[in-house]
Design a binder for this molecule. Sequence first.
Ligand code: AMP
Ligand code: GLY
Length: 423
Amino acid sequence: MNILILGSGGREHTFAWKIAQSDKCENLYVAPGNSGTAEVATNMDVGVTDFEAIKDLVLDKNINMVVVGPEDPLVKGVHDYFLNDETLKHIAVIGPQKVAAELEGSKEFAKEFLYRHNIPTAAYDSFTKETVEQGYAFLETLKPPYVLKADGLAAGKGVVILESLDDAKAELKSMLVDAKFGAASTKVVIEEFLDGIELSCFVLTDGENYKILPTAKDYKRIGEGDTGLNTGGMGAVSPVPFATEDFLSKIEDRIVKPTVEGLKKDKLPYVGFIFIGLIKVGEDPKVIEYNVRMGDPETEVVFPRLKNDLVEILQAMSNGTLNEIEIEIDERAATTIMLVSGGYPEAYEKGKEITGVEDVKDSILFHAGAQLQGNKVVTSGGRVMAVTSYGETYQEAIKKSYQSIEKLHFDKMNYRKDIGFDL
Ligand code: AMP
Ligand code: GLY
């Protein structure tokens, strides 16, 4: 079959790398892609939310399946766009329909879903400009630190955690009254702070059945010791050492099953990946958030451990036969370290040549913000490249990634030197 992947990050390079290994894939396209996807697929210069251009591309290249990488096209309804078009409706789309993508598109929608289905999560309430005074009163009932979340998509910046009540009130005003995050903060969810260690759980569903992929842990802060600003993710480890069998069965029973059942009960059409952000509080898992896609850089450690043919899995997801699939996992650990542009997640420069790519033999390089310029690979984003390695233990895998990084260079290259420090 002919497959189109939407996206251009390390996650999408990993999808392309894995799909290209399948005999079932004849022609693989990525829109818009990067220098890494260009190695295993054909890049097409089409944006992920330009539905009309995507339609032309799909018809022109006889695409049979579209795999959606990022959340933006899902929240904007790319799956529905296909279903509502006579010439596209037979084409498989991997990713939930718009109503279900609200699990990521709206924090309040996600919290209501969690509460409705008795899935463990932080206590919360939500407020608008009209109810800002009630918001201040609610903050007064909570213990610090205070967690404020812009309801809508805010490019990963919409969650603010503050120590003092005065700062929390000022932030609430800035979000609701001064529209700090634009339309995304028309509503704000205020949550009880949960103290614990985080991990990510990935679920595949065809709307009826589900399968669970290996867990992963990502490192979101820019600085060593989990300090400094939030980023898209600076590295990841899979499996998560503290996710014991007992803990994993709690996740499945208390969270995964009621989530998939909840989607059915609420008639939220979902063929795709569910990324459940979890926190371990004491010995119990609680949901921090849902994402309606795979994680980045978690995909760069989860897919390398997946032994199955990914296209077979994706077909089973779209045919409703996921129950017939047996997920097979590589016992080895996989880790990834993200190389980023100096200055990221604030201002940084682009267009720096990346050297040493051909010299890396013991790791897999998943390109993220990297593009071809002639025959050179140059930086084009904040997160530039994920360096993934296998090991009998995660420590061994991490060591290999750091050794590979020594061969790589670009001007002002930065990365965290302590991935896995807390495990
Ligand atoms: P989110 O975008 O909802 O994943 O939130 C971003 C980050 O904020 C999470 O990865 C957590 O580190 C933190 N966070 C969100 N909600 C809470 C909470 N209720 N308690 C503690 N930390 C939280
Ligand atoms: N690594 C976190 C995310 O993909 O949202």
